[in-house]
Design a protein around this ligand. Sequence first.
Ligand code: MN
Length: 334
Amino acid sequence: MSPDKLDPYRSKRDAARTPEPVPEPGPLPTGHDDTFVIQEHHARRLHWDLRLERDGVLVSWAVPKGLPLDPKTNHLAVHTEDHPLEYATFEGEIAKGEYGGGLMLIWDRGTYETEKWTDREVKVVLHGSRAAGRYVLFPTNGKNWMIHRMDPAPEDALPPASELRPMLAEERKRLPRDQEAYGFEFDLGGTRALAVLGDGRARFVGADGAALSLEDHPGLEGLGKSIWGLPAVLDGQIAEIGGASIYMIFDVLRLNTGDLLGRSYQDRRRTLDHLSLRGPHWQPTPWFPGDGKSVLKVAKEQGIPAVLAKRLDSPYLPGVRSPFWARVSLKPAG
Ligand code: MN
Protein backbone atom coordinates (compact mmCIF):
# COMPACT_ATOMS: atom_id res chain seq x y z
CA MET A 1 0.00 0.00 0.00
CA SER A 2 1.30 3.47 -0.81
CA PRO A 3 2.12 5.74 2.10
CA ASP A 4 -0.89 7.50 3.45
CA LYS A 5 -1.09 11.17 4.45
CA LEU A 6 -2.34 10.05 7.86
CA ASP A 7 0.61 7.72 8.60
CA PRO A 8 2.39 10.35 10.73
CA TYR A 9 -0.88 10.91 12.64
CA ARG A 10 -1.33 7.18 13.26
CA SER A 11 2.31 6.60 14.18
CA LYS A 12 2.06 9.11 17.06
CA ARG A 13 -1.03 7.48 18.58
CA ASP A 14 -2.15 4.19 20.08
CA ALA A 15 -5.79 3.69 19.06
CA ALA A 16 -6.34 1.62 22.22
CA ARG A 17 -5.17 4.42 24.49
CA THR A 18 -6.53 7.63 22.97
CA PRO A 19 -10.17 8.74 22.65
CA GLU A 20 -9.20 10.50 19.39
CA PRO A 21 -10.46 9.05 16.11
CA VAL A 22 -7.82 6.80 14.50
CA PRO A 23 -9.14 5.64 11.11
CA GLU A 24 -7.73 2.50 9.47
CA PRO A 25 -5.37 3.09 6.54
CA GLY A 26 -7.27 3.26 3.26
CA PRO A 27 -8.66 5.69 0.72
CA LEU A 28 -9.25 9.16 2.12
CA PRO A 29 -12.78 10.58 2.15
CA THR A 30 -13.70 13.25 -0.37
CA GLY A 31 -15.04 16.50 1.03
CA HIS A 32 -15.65 20.02 -0.18
CA ASP A 33 -12.44 21.53 1.23
CA ASP A 34 -14.56 24.01 3.16
CA THR A 35 -14.65 22.90 6.83
CA PHE A 36 -12.47 24.37 9.53
CA VAL A 37 -12.17 23.73 13.25
CA ILE A 38 -10.19 25.46 15.98
CA GLN A 39 -9.62 23.34 19.07
CA GLU A 40 -8.48 24.68 22.42
CA HIS A 41 -5.87 22.19 23.54
CA HIS A 42 -4.89 22.12 27.20
CA ALA A 43 -1.69 20.21 26.58
CA ARG A 44 1.53 20.79 28.54
CA ARG A 45 1.34 24.28 27.11
CA LEU A 46 -2.07 25.74 26.21
CA HIS A 47 -2.52 26.36 22.48
CA TRP A 48 -5.16 26.47 19.81
CA ASP A 49 -5.12 24.02 16.88
CA LEU A 50 -6.32 25.43 13.58
CA ARG A 51 -7.37 22.73 11.12
CA LEU A 52 -8.48 23.25 7.53
CA GLU A 53 -10.08 20.47 5.51
CA ARG A 54 -8.03 19.91 2.36
CA ASP A 55 -7.81 16.88 0.04
CA GLY A 56 -9.34 14.43 2.51
CA VAL A 57 -7.45 15.48 5.65
CA LEU A 58 -7.39 18.34 8.12
CA VAL A 59 -4.21 20.33 7.50
CA SER A 60 -3.17 21.53 10.96
CA TRP A 61 -1.25 24.23 12.77
CA ALA A 62 -0.75 24.68 16.53
CA VAL A 63 -1.13 28.36 17.41
CA PRO A 64 0.19 29.11 20.94
CA LYS A 65 -1.49 32.51 21.22
CA GLY A 66 -4.57 31.76 19.15
CA LEU A 67 -5.63 33.62 16.01
CA PRO A 68 -4.55 37.27 15.98
CA LEU A 69 -7.39 39.79 15.93
CA ASP A 70 -5.17 42.71 15.04
CA PRO A 71 -3.51 42.87 11.59
CA LYS A 72 -0.50 44.56 13.24
CA THR A 73 0.36 41.41 15.26
CA ASN A 74 1.29 38.13 13.57
CA HIS A 75 1.18 34.95 15.62
CA LEU A 76 3.36 31.87 15.40
CA ALA A 77 1.58 28.85 13.87
CA VAL A 78 3.51 25.57 14.06
CA HIS A 79 2.64 23.24 11.21
CA THR A 80 1.70 19.82 12.63
CA GLU A 81 0.73 16.46 11.14
CA ASP A 82 -2.43 16.14 9.02
CA HIS A 83 -5.44 14.98 11.05
CA PRO A 84 -8.36 12.81 9.86
CA LEU A 85 -11.58 14.61 8.88
CA GLU A 86 -13.36 12.97 11.85
CA TYR A 87 -11.20 15.10 14.11
CA ALA A 88 -13.30 18.18 13.25
CA THR A 89 -15.92 17.07 15.80
CA PHE A 90 -13.55 15.65 18.43
CA GLU A 91 -13.64 16.85 22.03
CA GLY A 92 -12.25 14.89 24.94
CA GLU A 93 -9.52 14.25 27.43
CA ILE A 94 -6.34 12.67 26.07
CA ALA A 95 -4.65 10.80 28.92
CA LYS A 96 -1.54 12.27 30.50
CA GLY A 97 1.58 10.70 29.05
CA GLU A 98 -0.06 10.06 25.68
CA TYR A 99 0.79 12.21 22.65
CA GLY A 100 -0.98 15.57 23.09
CA GLY A 101 -2.15 14.59 26.59
CA GLY A 102 -4.73 17.03 28.01
CA LEU A 103 -8.21 18.35 27.42
CA MET A 104 -9.23 19.11 23.82
CA LEU A 105 -12.25 21.38 23.36
CA ILE A 106 -13.82 22.75 20.18
CA TRP A 107 -13.30 26.52 20.31
CA ASP A 108 -14.99 27.22 16.98
CA ARG A 109 -16.12 25.40 13.88
CA GLY A 110 -17.48 26.54 10.58
CA THR A 111 -16.86 26.80 6.88
CA TYR A 112 -14.07 28.57 5.05
CA GLU A 113 -13.16 29.65 1.54
CA THR A 114 -9.76 29.22 -0.04
CA GLU A 115 -8.34 32.25 -1.85
CA LYS A 116 -4.91 30.73 -2.42
CA TRP A 117 -3.20 27.48 -1.37
CA THR A 118 0.48 26.88 -2.16
CA ASP A 119 3.46 25.60 -0.15
CA ARG A 120 4.43 29.22 0.47
CA GLU A 121 1.07 30.74 1.26
CA VAL A 122 -2.36 29.69 2.46
CA LYS A 123 -4.97 32.43 2.21
CA VAL A 124 -8.43 31.71 3.60
CA VAL A 125 -11.63 33.39 4.73
CA LEU A 126 -13.04 31.88 7.94
CA HIS A 127 -16.78 31.95 8.58
CA GLY A 128 -17.04 30.91 12.24
CA SER A 129 -18.96 32.34 15.15
CA ARG A 130 -15.74 33.35 16.91
CA ALA A 131 -13.13 33.15 14.19
CA ALA A 132 -14.19 35.21 11.21
CA GLY A 133 -12.25 37.11 8.58
CA ARG A 134 -9.42 36.81 6.07
CA TYR A 135 -6.22 35.19 7.27
CA VAL A 136 -2.96 34.27 5.58
CA LEU A 137 -0.50 31.62 6.78
CA PHE A 138 3.08 31.52 5.50
CA PRO A 139 6.19 29.52 6.49
CA THR A 140 9.14 31.35 8.02
CA ASN A 141 11.45 28.54 9.14
CA GLY A 142 10.75 24.86 8.60
CA LYS A 143 7.63 23.90 10.54
CA ASN A 144 7.27 27.42 11.90
CA TRP A 145 4.70 29.47 10.05
CA MET A 146 3.08 32.80 10.88
CA ILE A 147 -0.61 33.62 10.77
CA HIS A 148 -1.63 37.14 9.83
CA ARG A 149 -5.07 38.72 9.84
CA MET A 150 -5.78 40.62 6.61
CA ASP A 151 -9.07 42.20 7.71
CA PRO A 152 -9.12 45.10 10.16
CA ALA A 153 -9.54 44.15 13.82
CA PRO A 154 -13.20 43.46 14.61
CA GLU A 155 -14.87 46.11 16.74
CA ASP A 156 -16.23 45.02 20.10
CA ALA A 157 -15.82 41.30 19.52
CA LEU A 158 -16.89 40.81 23.14
CA PRO A 159 -18.87 42.98 25.54
CA PRO A 160 -16.46 45.14 27.54
CA ALA A 161 -15.23 43.55 30.76
CA SER A 162 -16.59 46.57 32.65
CA GLU A 163 -20.08 45.20 32.05
CA LEU A 164 -19.32 41.94 33.81
CA ARG A 165 -20.42 41.41 37.44
CA PRO A 166 -19.57 38.45 39.66
CA MET A 167 -22.08 35.59 39.82
CA LEU A 168 -23.63 35.27 43.28
CA ALA A 169 -24.56 32.39 45.58
CA GLU A 170 -27.78 31.73 47.53
CA GLU A 171 -27.40 31.24 51.27
CA ARG A 172 -28.47 27.76 52.40
CA LYS A 173 -28.66 25.97 55.72
CA ARG A 174 -27.19 22.73 54.38
CA LEU A 175 -25.48 21.28 51.33
CA PRO A 176 -27.59 20.10 48.35
CA ARG A 177 -28.64 16.46 48.55
CA ASP A 178 -27.53 15.40 45.04
CA GLN A 179 -23.87 16.07 45.74
CA GLU A 180 -22.62 14.27 42.64
CA ALA A 181 -24.11 17.13 40.57
CA TYR A 182 -21.98 19.76 42.32
CA GLY A 183 -18.42 20.90 42.75
CA PHE A 184 -17.44 22.13 46.23
CA GLU A 185 -15.09 24.93 47.22
CA PHE A 186 -13.90 26.56 50.43
CA ASP A 187 -14.99 30.16 50.86
CA LEU A 188 -12.05 31.83 52.60
CA GLY A 189 -13.63 35.29 52.59
CA GLY A 190 -11.93 38.43 51.30
CA THR A 191 -12.72 40.99 48.63
CA ARG A 192 -14.58 39.61 45.63
CA ALA A 193 -12.91 40.83 42.45
CA LEU A 194 -12.82 40.14 38.74
CA ALA A 195 -9.34 40.37 37.25
CA VAL A 196 -9.17 41.78 33.73
CA LEU A 197 -5.91 40.79 32.03
CA GLY A 198 -4.61 42.33 28.82
CA ASP A 199 -1.48 43.85 27.31
CA GLY A 200 0.54 42.20 30.07
CA ARG A 201 -1.32 44.16 32.77
CA ALA A 202 -4.01 43.29 35.28
CA ARG A 203 -6.90 45.49 36.47
CA PHE A 204 -9.27 44.48 39.24
CA VAL A 205 -12.98 45.25 39.35
CA GLY A 206 -15.08 44.94 42.49
CA ALA A 207 -18.52 43.39 42.91
CA ASP A 208 -20.16 46.74 42.04
CA GLY A 209 -18.18 47.10 38.82
CA ALA A 210 -15.91 49.84 40.17
CA ALA A 211 -12.16 49.60 39.67
CA LEU A 212 -10.27 48.40 42.76
CA SER A 213 -7.10 50.23 43.70
CA LEU A 214 -4.07 47.99 44.04
CA GLU A 215 -2.39 50.37 46.48
CA ASP A 216 -3.28 48.11 49.40
CA HIS A 217 -2.53 44.94 47.44
CA PRO A 218 1.05 45.16 46.16
CA GLY A 219 2.13 42.39 43.82
CA LEU A 220 -1.22 41.67 42.22
CA GLU A 221 -0.47 43.64 39.05
CA GLY A 222 2.06 40.91 38.11
CA LEU A 223 -0.90 38.63 37.32
CA GLY A 224 -1.13 40.38 33.92
CA LYS A 225 2.07 38.66 32.81
CA SER A 226 0.80 35.17 33.68
CA ILE A 227 -0.80 32.99 30.98
CA TRP A 228 1.91 34.34 28.64
CA GLY A 229 0.27 37.78 28.59
CA LEU A 230 -2.94 36.50 26.96
CA PRO A 231 -6.08 38.55 27.59
CA ALA A 232 -8.47 36.96 30.10
CA VAL A 233 -11.11 37.71 32.72
CA LEU A 234 -10.87 35.77 36.00
CA ASP A 235 -13.11 35.62 39.06
CA GLY A 236 -11.81 35.30 42.60
CA GLN A 237 -11.30 36.85 46.00
CA ILE A 238 -8.44 38.94 47.31
CA ALA A 239 -7.58 37.39 50.68
CA GLU A 240 -5.03 38.52 53.23
CA ILE A 241 -2.86 35.52 54.00
CA GLY A 242 0.25 35.76 56.15
CA GLY A 243 0.35 39.54 55.76
CA ALA A 244 0.26 39.40 51.94
CA SER A 245 -2.59 39.94 49.47
CA ILE A 246 -3.30 36.74 47.56
CA TYR A 247 -5.80 36.59 44.71
CA MET A 248 -7.60 33.26 45.13
CA ILE A 249 -8.94 32.40 41.65
CA PHE A 250 -11.99 30.18 41.20
CA ASP A 251 -13.35 30.91 37.73
CA VAL A 252 -12.36 31.97 34.22
CA LEU A 253 -14.93 33.96 32.25
CA ARG A 254 -12.94 34.84 29.20
CA LEU A 255 -9.73 33.51 27.71
CA ASN A 256 -7.90 35.00 24.78
CA THR A 257 -10.74 36.03 22.46
CA GLY A 258 -13.19 33.40 23.72
CA ASP A 259 -16.16 33.91 25.98
CA LEU A 260 -16.56 31.03 28.48
CA LEU A 261 -19.76 32.27 30.19
CA GLY A 262 -21.88 29.66 28.42
CA ARG A 263 -19.54 26.80 29.25
CA SER A 264 -20.28 24.62 32.26
CA TYR A 265 -18.71 25.31 35.65
CA GLN A 266 -16.89 21.98 35.29
CA ASP A 267 -15.35 22.98 31.94
CA ARG A 268 -14.37 26.39 33.24
CA ARG A 269 -12.72 24.92 36.33
CA ARG A 270 -10.79 22.42 34.21
CA THR A 271 -9.71 25.25 31.92
CA LEU A 272 -8.54 27.19 34.96
CA ASP A 273 -6.61 24.16 36.26
CA HIS A 274 -4.82 23.82 32.95
CA LEU A 275 -3.68 27.43 32.97
CA SER A 276 -1.28 26.65 35.85
CA LEU A 277 -1.98 30.03 37.43
CA ARG A 278 0.27 29.96 40.44
CA GLY A 279 2.36 32.95 41.39
CA PRO A 280 3.67 34.82 44.40
CA HIS A 281 0.35 36.68 44.81
CA TRP A 282 -2.21 34.48 43.12
CA GLN A 283 -3.31 30.86 42.97
CA PRO A 284 -6.34 28.83 41.94
CA THR A 285 -8.56 27.61 44.79
CA PRO A 286 -9.07 23.85 44.99
CA TRP A 287 -12.42 22.37 43.92
CA PHE A 288 -13.86 18.99 44.73
CA PRO A 289 -16.49 17.50 42.40
CA GLY A 290 -19.13 15.39 44.15
CA ASP A 291 -17.64 15.34 47.63
CA GLY A 292 -19.38 17.98 49.74
CA LYS A 293 -19.29 16.03 52.99
CA SER A 294 -15.49 15.87 53.14
CA VAL A 295 -15.18 19.54 52.20
CA LEU A 296 -17.63 20.49 54.95
CA LYS A 297 -15.75 18.38 57.50
CA VAL A 298 -12.38 19.94 56.63
CA ALA A 299 -13.88 23.45 56.63
CA LYS A 300 -15.25 22.90 60.14
CA GLU A 301 -11.93 21.52 61.39
CA GLN A 302 -9.95 24.39 59.87
CA GLY A 303 -12.32 27.17 60.90
CA ILE A 304 -13.06 28.15 57.28
CA PRO A 305 -16.09 30.49 57.27
CA ALA A 306 -18.17 28.89 54.49
CA VAL A 307 -18.44 26.20 51.83
CA LEU A 308 -19.71 26.77 48.30
CA ALA A 309 -21.64 24.25 46.20
CA LYS A 310 -21.68 24.99 42.45
CA ARG A 311 -23.62 22.93 39.94
CA LEU A 312 -21.16 21.20 37.60
CA ASP A 313 -23.34 21.83 34.53
CA SER A 314 -24.20 25.47 35.25
CA PRO A 315 -23.21 28.44 33.08
CA TYR A 316 -21.76 31.65 34.53
CA LEU A 317 -24.57 34.16 35.04
CA PRO A 318 -22.97 37.60 35.59
CA GLY A 319 -24.51 39.51 38.50
CA VAL A 320 -27.18 36.85 39.10
CA ARG A 321 -27.94 35.08 42.39
CA SER A 322 -29.31 31.66 41.41
CA PRO A 323 -29.67 28.16 42.91
CA PHE A 324 -26.73 27.10 40.71
CA TRP A 325 -24.40 28.39 43.42
CA ALA A 326 -25.14 27.84 47.12
CA ARG A 327 -23.18 29.01 50.16
CA VAL A 328 -23.38 27.21 53.50
CA SER A 329 -21.96 29.39 56.25
CA LEU A 330 -20.39 27.62 59.21
CA LYS A 331 -20.62 28.70 62.80
CA PRO A 332 -17.24 29.48 64.26
CA ALA A 333 -16.06 26.49 66.32
CA GLY A 334 -16.93 27.02 70.00
MN1 MN B 1 -2.59 20.44 19.80
